[in-house]
Design a protein around this ligand. Structure first.
Ligand code: ZN
Length: 214
């Protein structure tokens, strides 16, 4: 579970700027054990891992997964909403790269994150960091969408927050149904973005316009 750990901040800055470290402590990665197991699995799948070309493949495979599963911590800097901005802020087309927890195959796409600011606003680059933070683990698209929305809701206490993710799942395009080009869309709406029909429609039409433009 991700949790926000507040670092000590001196009093004059508390009002204007808050910068807690967003961290995550997964179980440690044992590369040696993983490489041994990967070699066993690839050999059992009939792959010539003793050949010159594939000799290093178990190590590369394990390092690739370790990288994709390593969460990058970041400072979630928020600022006082000094201008009292209360219209929708939308950060669109944030890259999403994650691993589906059922097949450990990648799913990739984009996230659109919007919110109606309350007392605090978030540094714009932090939306991409937030998406990446929750994406770098074994996930489902549904949970990823919800976790980003919940995190922003708790962190910013905005008037509303909305997250839409559109993604292609390679477990669906490369195997099984082989439904190439199928796109999965998920949405999580909170506060006024869920309850106020006008705001909700504005957010959803803006994210749809992004999808049509692509
Ligand atoms: Zn899958």
């Amino acid at each position: 579970m991700a949790e926000a750990v507040a670092e000590p901040i001196t009093a004059p800055f508390i009002e204007a700027r808050s910068r807690p470290r967003i961290t995550h402590e997964p179980a440690p990665i044992d590369l040696v054990r993983a490489e041994r197991a990967a070699a066993d699995m690839l050999a059992a799948l009939g792959l010539p891992i003793d050949s010159e070309d594939m000799f290093e493949t178990p190590r590369r495979l394990v390092h690739a997964y370790a990288e994709m599963l390593t969460v990058r911590e970041f400072d979630s800097t928020t600022f006082r909403n000094a201008a009292g901005y209360d219209e929708l802020v939308l950060v669109s087309d944030i890259p999403v790269r994650s691993l589906c927890e059922h097949h450990l195959l990648p799913f990739t796409g984009v996230a659109h994150v919007g919110y109606l600011p309350g007392e605090r606003i978030l540094g714009l680059s932090k939306f991409a960091r937030t998406v990446d933070f929750f994406a770098r683990r074994a996930q489902t698209q549904e949970r990823l969408t919800t976790e980003i929305a919940e995190h922003l809701q708790q962190r910013l206490e905005p008037q509303g927050v909305g997250v839409v993710i559109e993604a292609d799942h390679t477990c669906m395009s490369l195997r099984g149904a082989r439904a190439e080009g199928a796109r999965t869309v998920t949405a999580a709406l909170r506060g006024r973005l869920r309850d106020d029909s006008k705001t909700r429609a504005e957010f959803l039409s803006l994210t749809r316009d992004r999808a049509v433009a692509r």
